[in-house]
Design a protein around this ligand. Structure first.
Ligand code: TYC
Length: 124
């Protein structure tokens, strides 16, 4: 038998309430299914940018891209070389909260190892 295992979207969920559509309780103890539409707002997206500098080792930048942006060694090397040559590059696009968190994690990790590597975020 076919089984559903969908994630419930609260904006589309059916609520079973005592009242009918006129706001009156039918009074028979039988629930009335009503559907309400809740307006949901998509989060604004932000790019995490990585900046070039003359001192951070290339392999450390590649490690950061693998660790904090879950890139393969090939993608991480490509992005690192792009930043090295152009001065700035995009590590990924995220919600504001996640973008801030990733940029902070990279800069804090670099600072711990005495590297001047910098990241910023910018509206996508
Ligand atoms: N320019 C650095 C070097 O030559 C490498 C580097 C690449 C540093 C990317 C930062 O975001 C960066 N060692």
């Amino acid at each position: 038998m076919h089984m559903h295992n969908d994630i419930i979207d609260p904006a589309r969920a059916i609520r079973v309430t005592a009242a009918n559509k006129d706001g009156e309780d039918p009074g028979n103890g039988v629930g009335v299914a009503t559907r309400t539409r809740t307006r949901t707002k998509k989060p604004s997206l932000y790019k995490v940018l990585m900046l070039n500098d003359d001192y951070t080792p290339m392999e450390f930048v590649v490690l950061c891209l693998q660790r904090f942006f879950r890139m393969s060694i090939e993608d991480a090397t490509r992005v690192m070389l792009h930043v090295h040559q152009k001065g700035v590059g995009v590590c990924g696009v995220f919600s504001h909260e996640v973008a801030e968190s990733k940029a902070t994690q990279v800069v804090d990790f670099a600072r711990q190892q005495q590297h001047p590597l910098q990241c910023t975020i910018e509206k996508a």
